[in-house]
Design a protein around this ligand. Sequence first.
Ligand SMILES: Nc1ncnc2c1ncn2[C@@H]1O[C@H](COP(=O)(O)OP(=O)(O)O)[C@@H](O)[C@H]1O
Ligand SMILES: [Mg+2]
Length: 287
Amino acid sequence: MVWCAWQWCGNRSVRWLGRLIFWGVVVEVEVPLSGGDVTEGVVRVGDTVRRPCGAHSSAVHGLLRHLERVGFDGAPRVLGVDGKGREVLSWVAGEAPGRPLPRYAVTREALVGVALLLRRYHEAVASYEVPEDARWDDQASRLDGPPELVGHCDVTPENVVFRGGRPVGLIDFDLARPTTRMYDVVTTLRHWAPIADPADRDWRLCAVDVGERLRVFCDAYGLDRDRRREVLPAARLRFERSYEAMRFRAEQGGAWARLWHKGAGHRIRRAQDWLERNWDELDARLA
Ligand SMILES: Nc1ncnc2c1ncn2[C@@H]1O[C@H](COP(=O)(O)OP(=O)(O)O)[C@@H](O)[C@H]1O
Ligand SMILES: [Mg+2]
Protein backbone atom coordinates (compact mmCIF):
# COMPACT_ATOMS: atom_id res chain seq x y z
CA MET A 1 0.00 0.00 0.00
CA VAL A 2 1.32 3.40 -0.90
CA TRP A 3 1.56 5.51 2.20
CA CYS A 4 0.26 8.92 1.34
CA ALA A 5 -0.79 11.71 3.68
CA TRP A 6 -1.79 15.31 3.45
CA GLN A 7 0.15 17.09 6.13
CA TRP A 8 -2.60 19.57 6.73
CA CYS A 9 -4.46 19.69 9.96
CA GLY A 10 -5.23 23.21 11.03
CA ASN A 11 -2.81 25.71 12.45
CA ARG A 12 -0.57 23.18 14.15
CA SER A 13 1.02 22.03 10.92
CA VAL A 14 -0.14 24.62 8.44
CA ARG A 15 3.44 25.10 7.31
CA TRP A 16 3.13 21.71 5.68
CA LEU A 17 0.22 22.87 3.53
CA GLY A 18 0.98 21.95 -0.03
CA ARG A 19 3.40 19.14 0.83
CA LEU A 20 2.47 15.61 0.02
CA ILE A 21 4.53 12.72 1.29
CA PHE A 22 4.99 9.61 -0.88
CA TRP A 23 7.13 6.86 0.60
CA GLY A 24 8.76 9.44 2.85
CA VAL A 25 9.67 11.73 -0.09
CA VAL A 26 8.27 15.25 0.21
CA VAL A 27 6.51 16.35 -2.97
CA GLU A 28 5.67 20.03 -3.05
CA VAL A 29 2.21 20.84 -4.29
CA GLU A 30 1.24 24.22 -5.71
CA VAL A 31 -1.90 25.67 -4.13
CA PRO A 32 -3.39 28.50 -6.25
CA LEU A 33 -3.95 31.82 -4.43
CA SER A 34 -6.61 33.78 -6.18
CA GLY A 35 -7.47 36.41 -3.53
CA GLY A 36 -5.94 39.34 -5.39
CA ASP A 37 -7.62 38.93 -8.78
CA VAL A 38 -4.80 40.72 -10.63
CA THR A 39 -1.69 38.56 -10.92
CA GLU A 40 -2.21 35.24 -12.64
CA GLY A 41 -0.32 32.23 -11.35
CA VAL A 42 0.22 33.19 -7.69
CA VAL A 43 0.65 29.93 -5.76
CA ARG A 44 1.60 28.76 -2.32
CA VAL A 45 4.21 26.05 -1.98
CA GLY A 46 4.86 25.02 1.62
CA ASP A 47 5.99 28.12 3.52
CA THR A 48 6.57 30.10 0.32
CA VAL A 49 4.61 32.05 -2.27
CA ARG A 50 5.61 31.95 -5.95
CA ARG A 51 4.64 34.86 -8.17
CA PRO A 52 5.51 35.70 -11.78
CA CYS A 53 8.37 38.21 -12.06
CA GLY A 54 7.95 41.48 -13.92
CA ALA A 55 10.22 44.34 -14.93
CA HIS A 56 9.61 45.91 -11.51
CA SER A 57 10.47 42.80 -9.47
CA SER A 58 14.10 43.61 -8.86
CA ALA A 59 13.15 47.08 -7.51
CA VAL A 60 10.55 45.44 -5.24
CA HIS A 61 13.11 42.88 -4.04
CA GLY A 62 15.52 45.68 -3.14
CA LEU A 63 12.74 47.28 -1.11
CA LEU A 64 11.82 44.01 0.66
CA ARG A 65 15.48 43.35 1.47
CA HIS A 66 15.74 46.81 3.01
CA LEU A 67 12.66 46.06 5.14
CA GLU A 68 14.30 42.84 6.30
CA ARG A 69 17.58 44.66 7.09
CA VAL A 70 15.84 47.22 9.30
CA GLY A 71 13.86 44.50 11.07
CA PHE A 72 10.38 45.34 9.75
CA ASP A 73 8.39 42.16 10.34
CA GLY A 74 5.23 43.18 8.47
CA ALA A 75 6.27 42.17 4.94
CA PRO A 76 7.30 38.96 3.15
CA ARG A 77 11.00 38.13 2.81
CA VAL A 78 12.54 37.61 -0.61
CA LEU A 79 13.92 34.08 -0.84
CA GLY A 80 15.05 34.17 -4.47
CA VAL A 81 13.79 33.08 -7.87
CA ASP A 82 12.73 29.48 -8.56
CA GLY A 83 13.48 27.22 -11.53
CA LYS A 84 10.43 28.55 -13.36
CA GLY A 85 11.64 32.14 -13.08
CA ARG A 86 9.09 33.06 -10.40
CA GLU A 87 9.90 35.14 -7.34
CA VAL A 88 9.94 33.16 -4.12
CA LEU A 89 8.60 35.05 -1.10
CA SER A 90 7.98 33.89 2.43
CA TRP A 91 4.42 33.02 3.37
CA VAL A 92 3.05 35.55 5.87
CA ALA A 93 1.05 33.41 8.28
CA GLY A 94 -2.55 34.49 8.79
CA GLU A 95 -5.43 35.38 6.55
CA ALA A 96 -5.92 38.13 3.98
CA PRO A 97 -9.62 39.09 3.91
CA GLY A 98 -11.58 38.17 0.80
CA ARG A 99 -14.95 39.46 -0.42
CA PRO A 100 -17.42 39.82 1.12
CA LEU A 101 -15.27 41.16 3.92
CA PRO A 102 -15.29 39.17 7.15
CA ARG A 103 -16.49 40.96 10.28
CA TYR A 104 -12.98 41.21 11.78
CA ALA A 105 -11.80 43.30 8.81
CA VAL A 106 -14.29 46.13 9.31
CA THR A 107 -13.92 46.80 13.02
CA ARG A 108 -12.50 49.97 14.50
CA GLU A 109 -9.62 47.86 15.89
CA ALA A 110 -8.81 46.64 12.38
CA LEU A 111 -8.82 50.23 11.09
CA VAL A 112 -6.51 51.36 13.89
CA GLY A 113 -4.29 48.34 13.26
CA VAL A 114 -3.99 49.12 9.54
CA ALA A 115 -3.07 52.74 10.33
CA LEU A 116 -0.40 51.62 12.80
CA LEU A 117 0.94 49.05 10.36
CA LEU A 118 1.16 51.64 7.57
CA ARG A 119 2.90 54.08 9.93
CA ARG A 120 5.39 51.39 10.97
CA TYR A 121 6.00 50.57 7.32
CA HIS A 122 6.62 54.26 6.55
CA GLU A 123 9.08 54.54 9.45
CA ALA A 124 10.91 51.44 8.22
CA VAL A 125 11.04 52.46 4.57
CA ALA A 126 11.99 56.11 5.18
CA SER A 127 15.68 55.20 5.42
CA TYR A 128 15.68 53.31 2.11
CA GLU A 129 17.97 54.89 -0.43
CA VAL A 130 16.41 53.94 -3.74
CA PRO A 131 18.99 52.82 -6.33
CA GLU A 132 19.09 55.12 -9.32
CA ASP A 133 18.32 52.34 -11.75
CA ALA A 134 15.29 51.05 -9.79
CA ARG A 135 12.47 50.41 -12.21
CA TRP A 136 9.07 50.48 -10.53
CA ASP A 137 5.90 49.22 -12.14
CA ASP A 138 4.72 52.80 -12.23
CA GLN A 139 7.04 55.75 -11.88
CA ALA A 140 6.31 58.63 -9.50
CA SER A 141 3.52 60.92 -10.58
CA ARG A 142 3.83 64.69 -10.51
CA LEU A 143 0.39 64.74 -8.87
CA ASP A 144 1.79 63.09 -5.73
CA GLY A 145 4.27 65.88 -5.00
CA PRO A 146 8.03 65.36 -4.46
CA PRO A 147 8.62 61.72 -3.36
CA GLU A 148 9.35 61.23 0.36
CA LEU A 149 9.58 57.43 0.46
CA VAL A 150 8.63 54.26 -1.40
CA GLY A 151 4.92 53.79 -0.73
CA HIS A 152 3.12 50.45 -0.82
CA CYS A 153 0.42 52.19 -2.90
CA ASP A 154 -2.06 49.28 -2.80
CA VAL A 155 -3.12 48.64 0.79
CA THR A 156 -6.41 46.93 -0.03
CA PRO A 157 -8.00 44.42 2.38
CA GLU A 158 -6.72 41.60 0.13
CA ASN A 159 -3.17 42.87 0.65
CA VAL A 160 -3.22 42.94 4.46
CA VAL A 161 -2.66 39.75 6.45
CA PHE A 162 -4.56 39.44 9.73
CA ARG A 163 -3.78 37.17 12.65
CA GLY A 164 -6.22 36.80 15.54
CA GLY A 165 -8.26 39.69 14.09
CA ARG A 166 -5.24 42.03 14.01
CA PRO A 167 -3.45 43.31 10.89
CA VAL A 168 0.12 42.02 11.00
CA GLY A 169 1.53 42.21 7.49
CA LEU A 170 1.46 43.92 4.12
CA ILE A 171 1.80 41.77 1.01
CA ASP A 172 1.79 42.38 -2.74
CA PHE A 173 4.27 45.22 -3.23
CA ASP A 174 3.83 45.18 -7.02
CA LEU A 175 2.60 48.78 -7.14
CA ALA A 176 5.23 50.14 -4.73
CA ARG A 177 6.92 53.28 -5.99
CA PRO A 178 8.40 56.56 -4.78
CA THR A 179 5.61 58.81 -3.56
CA THR A 180 4.48 60.83 -0.56
CA ARG A 181 3.25 59.57 2.80
CA MET A 182 0.00 61.39 2.14
CA TYR A 183 -0.56 59.56 -1.15
CA ASP A 184 -0.10 56.21 0.60
CA VAL A 185 -2.44 57.32 3.40
CA VAL A 186 -5.26 58.35 1.05
CA THR A 187 -4.82 55.23 -1.08
CA THR A 188 -5.25 53.18 2.08
CA LEU A 189 -8.24 55.26 3.21
CA ARG A 190 -9.87 54.80 -0.20
CA HIS A 191 -10.28 51.12 0.71
CA TRP A 192 -10.49 51.18 4.49
CA ALA A 193 -12.59 54.26 5.41
CA PRO A 194 -13.74 53.66 2.67
CA ILE A 195 -13.83 56.73 0.41
CA ALA A 196 -16.37 55.18 -1.94
CA ASP A 197 -19.96 55.53 -3.00
CA PRO A 198 -22.10 53.36 -0.66
CA ALA A 199 -23.37 51.46 -3.71
CA ASP A 200 -19.83 50.21 -4.37
CA ARG A 201 -18.86 49.32 -0.81
CA ASP A 202 -18.73 45.91 0.77
CA TRP A 203 -22.08 45.39 2.51
CA ARG A 204 -20.51 45.56 5.97
CA LEU A 205 -19.19 49.05 5.17
CA CYS A 206 -22.32 50.42 3.48
CA ALA A 207 -23.64 52.37 6.41
CA VAL A 208 -20.45 53.21 8.34
CA ASP A 209 -19.64 56.74 9.45
CA VAL A 210 -16.81 57.49 7.01
CA GLY A 211 -15.97 60.85 8.63
CA GLU A 212 -15.45 59.10 11.96
CA ARG A 213 -13.34 56.37 10.37
CA LEU A 214 -11.16 58.98 8.63
CA ARG A 215 -10.59 60.63 12.01
CA VAL A 216 -9.84 57.33 13.77
CA PHE A 217 -7.32 56.37 11.07
CA CYS A 218 -5.60 59.78 11.14
CA ASP A 219 -5.38 59.70 14.94
CA ALA A 220 -3.83 56.22 14.89
CA TYR A 221 -1.41 57.05 12.06
CA GLY A 222 -0.46 60.25 13.86
CA LEU A 223 -1.36 62.91 11.29
CA ASP A 224 -1.34 66.32 12.92
CA ARG A 225 -4.09 68.90 12.49
CA ASP A 226 -2.51 70.66 9.50
CA ARG A 227 -1.68 67.47 7.66
CA ARG A 228 -5.14 66.02 8.03
CA ARG A 229 -6.54 69.03 6.19
CA GLU A 230 -4.51 67.73 3.22
CA VAL A 231 -6.28 64.36 3.18
CA LEU A 232 -9.33 65.32 1.12
CA PRO A 233 -7.43 67.39 -1.49
CA ALA A 234 -4.97 64.49 -1.83
CA ALA A 235 -7.87 62.06 -2.26
CA ARG A 236 -9.32 64.28 -4.98
CA LEU A 237 -6.00 64.24 -6.87
CA ARG A 238 -5.60 60.54 -6.30
CA PHE A 239 -8.93 59.75 -7.93
CA GLU A 240 -7.97 61.73 -11.00
CA ARG A 241 -4.62 60.01 -11.16
CA SER A 242 -5.90 56.49 -10.55
CA TYR A 243 -8.62 56.86 -13.19
CA GLU A 244 -6.00 57.77 -15.79
CA ALA A 245 -3.47 55.19 -14.55
CA MET A 246 -6.06 52.43 -14.59
CA ARG A 247 -7.34 53.34 -18.03
CA PHE A 248 -3.76 53.25 -19.30
CA ARG A 249 -3.15 49.83 -17.73
CA ALA A 250 -6.45 48.51 -19.09
CA GLU A 251 -5.38 49.52 -22.59
CA GLN A 252 -2.45 47.11 -22.24
CA GLY A 253 -4.92 44.22 -21.72
CA GLY A 254 -4.70 41.39 -19.16
CA ALA A 255 -6.12 41.55 -15.66
CA TRP A 256 -6.38 45.35 -15.62
CA ALA A 257 -8.54 45.30 -18.76
CA ARG A 258 -10.76 42.75 -17.04
CA LEU A 259 -11.10 44.99 -13.97
CA TRP A 260 -11.85 47.98 -16.19
CA HIS A 261 -14.55 46.10 -18.05
CA LYS A 262 -16.01 45.05 -14.71
CA GLY A 263 -16.58 48.75 -14.00
CA ALA A 264 -13.45 49.89 -12.12
CA GLY A 265 -13.46 53.25 -13.95
CA HIS A 266 -17.14 53.87 -13.14
CA ARG A 267 -16.48 53.06 -9.49
CA ILE A 268 -13.70 55.66 -9.36
CA ARG A 269 -16.00 58.27 -10.93
CA ARG A 270 -18.81 57.47 -8.47
CA ALA A 271 -16.33 57.72 -5.57
CA GLN A 272 -15.20 61.12 -6.84
CA ASP A 273 -18.79 62.34 -6.95
CA TRP A 274 -19.49 60.97 -3.50
CA LEU A 275 -16.39 62.73 -2.14
CA GLU A 276 -17.43 66.07 -3.65
CA ARG A 277 -21.00 65.74 -2.32
CA ASN A 278 -19.77 64.93 1.20
CA TRP A 279 -16.69 67.16 1.23
CA ASP A 280 -17.83 69.73 3.80
CA GLU A 281 -19.03 67.20 6.29
CA LEU A 282 -15.90 65.04 5.97
CA ASP A 283 -13.68 68.10 6.20
CA ALA A 284 -15.41 69.22 9.38
CA ARG A 285 -14.94 65.75 10.92
CA LEU A 286 -11.26 65.70 10.02
CA ALA A 287 -10.70 69.11 11.55
N1 LIG B 1 3.47 36.35 1.04
C1 LIG B 1 2.17 36.03 1.24
N2 LIG B 1 1.77 35.60 2.44
C2 LIG B 1 0.48 35.26 2.66
N3 LIG B 1 -0.48 35.31 1.72
C3 LIG B 1 -0.15 35.71 0.49
C4 LIG B 1 1.18 36.12 0.20
N4 LIG B 1 1.22 36.48 -1.09
C5 LIG B 1 -0.04 36.33 -1.57
N5 LIG B 1 -0.86 35.86 -0.62
C6 LIG B 1 -2.31 35.55 -0.79
O1 LIG B 1 -2.57 35.44 -2.18
C7 LIG B 1 -3.48 36.45 -2.62
C8 LIG B 1 -3.07 36.96 -3.99
O2 LIG B 1 -1.73 37.39 -3.97
P1 LIG B 1 -1.27 38.84 -4.45
O3 LIG B 1 0.20 38.83 -4.37
O4 LIG B 1 -1.96 39.87 -3.63
O5 LIG B 1 -1.78 38.87 -5.94
P2 LIG B 1 -2.53 39.99 -6.82
O6 LIG B 1 -1.46 40.73 -7.54
O7 LIG B 1 -3.41 39.21 -7.73
O8 LIG B 1 -3.32 40.89 -5.91
C9 LIG B 1 -3.45 37.50 -1.52
O9 LIG B 1 -4.63 38.27 -1.46
C10 LIG B 1 -3.24 36.65 -0.29
O10 LIG B 1 -4.46 36.05 0.10
MG1 LIG C 1 -3.02 41.62 -4.08
